[in-house]
Design a protein around this ligand. Structure first.
Ligand code: PMT
Length: 395
């Protein structure tokens, strides 16, 4: 199920007895790493409650086309755009007939008309209805329109009949949906990334920090998630939106960043330290604003923990990748940090050009080679960096 990580599944439920299986279906999608939103027809709520589906998915269920409150949360057009796939399970004979003819008189059929995502249906009905020529003709039209038809399967039916018409089992439906997505090159891997600056308080209104914008770390997080990795981003204070599919943990200080990293490193395959962590913090945080005086002002600083070195010391450490923003002797200083911090790989860059810029030029340094990567925008370079990292994942 790896290709479902971070995918948006719009689960449409129509009014058939098999609707009770949708609770299990939603649970399996969530377990496979997908986010699920549910739209139900009026008949469907007679078989499974919206509250059950809301509790299982953590999202409000769409029930009416003309519900102003629901539209304010996520309008039906927005929902149609949000979906990476629409799965209607169970799909009754009546619902199949309505969508064949472009009906849009309820929330689910309107979503189906509006979406550009692939649509799959899992028919479930009495065997006589399934073999009816009207149903057959409708399905032929839908197949012609590239709908994916999953099932039905043969078996005993709720009405006592035996034959084709049972909904495909939830496990099989999840497998079939996952088969519709290409597996990202980082599917099944887990990344822990630090980014942005840290902020070390001096008094209630002043702090020590630096110019890191978080752009490089966010680009790496976003590209890794797009390739199917599970990504946790431990972020200092920055003004950037959380990339899609990324779990973000906000921190302020180096000590908080270390704690968040240690709490989340156990299942990480790769750790990337992009953050510009303050090396020192004031020995004491003054409780009141420090007043001006005429003489020199002295601030006693103590060393912060070195987060990446702590990660590199762990017994079952992930592949540990650092960055070094240097103003001089970039490669030499980079090699020195690779060595001292016991890193697998380090991206050395020019500090005067990189902080808060949209572009970056880096040299990848490892124990046995140096490889300059052409200058480019941070997302493009993030892809090149990830492809270097992924060769180590395969070793
Ligand atoms: O955020 P942007 O505006 O996009 O800018 C990107 C960047 C310049 C911040 C990034 O490209 C970069 O180079 N980050 C590392 C900054 C740096 O110079 O770090 P450093 O030399 O202090 O540390 C080297 C490595 O140790 C880094 O991986 C750093 O995250 C890590 N470190 C450092 C100190 C510390 N106390 N704990 C650490 O984990």
């Amino acid at each position: 199920m790896l290709s479902l990580t971070n995918k948006h599944i719009l689960l449409g439920i129509t009014g058939g007895i098999a609707a009770y299986k949708c609770a299990e279906l939603a649970r399996l999608f969530a377990k496979a790493g997908a986010e699920v939103r549910v739209a139900m027809t009026k008949a469907a709520v007679k078989f499974v409650t919206p509250l059950t589906m809301q509790a299982l998915t953590g999202n409000r269920v769409s029930l009416n086309l003309l519900d102003t409150e629901a539209e304010a949360a996520m309008g039906h057009i927005e929902l149609a755009r949000w979906a990476d796939i629409v799965l209607v399970a169970p799909a009754t004979a009546d619902f199949i007939a309505r969508i064949t003819h472009g009906g849009a008189d309820d929330i689910l059929s309107a979503l189906i008309l509006a979406t550009a995502a692939p649509i799959a249906i899992a028919p479930a009905m009495n065997q006589g209805m399934w073999s009816d020529s009207g149903t057959k003709a409708n399905l032929a039209v839908l197949r012609e329109r590239n709908y994916h038809v999953f099932g039905p399967v043969a078996g005993e039916q709720a009405c006592g009949d035996y034959g084709m018409g049972r909904m495909m089992e939830p496990k099989e439906l999840v497998k079939n949906c996952s088969g519709l997505f290409k597996l990202g090159s980082l599917a099944g891997t887990s990344f822990l990334i630090t980014g942005g600056p840290t902020r070390e308080a001096i008094d209630p209104i002043r702090f020590i920090s630096n110019h890191s914008s978080g752009k490089m770390a966010y680009a790496l997080a976003s590209e890794a998630a797009a390739e199917g990795a599970r990504v946790t981003l431990v972020s200092g204070p920055v003004n950037l939106p959380t990339p899609e599919g990324v779990q973000r943990i906000d921190v302020l200080t180096a000590q908080e960043m270390l704690e968040a990293c240690l709490n989340n490193v156990s299942d990480a395959d790769v750790f990337i330290g992009v953050a510009a962590v303050a090396d020192y913090r004031p020995q004491q945080i003054e409780q009141e604003k420090i007043k001006k005086n005429d003489g020199l002002m002295t601030l006693n600083l103590v060393k912060n923990p070195d987060i990446i070195s702590e990660i590199a010391k762990l017994k079952n450490r992930p592949i540990t990748v650092g960055f070094a923003a240097e103003t001089n002797n970039i490669i030499e200083n980079g090699k020195d940090k690779l060595d001292k911090k016991k890193l697998d790989l380090l991206f050395a860059n020019n500090a005067t050009e990189t902080f808060n810029s949209d572009t970056i030029s880096v040299t990848a340094i490892s124990a046995d080679e140096e490889q300059p990567l052409a200058e480019g925008n941070k997302n493009l370079l993030a892809r090149n960096m990830l492809s270097l990292i992924s060769t180590r994942l395969k070793k």
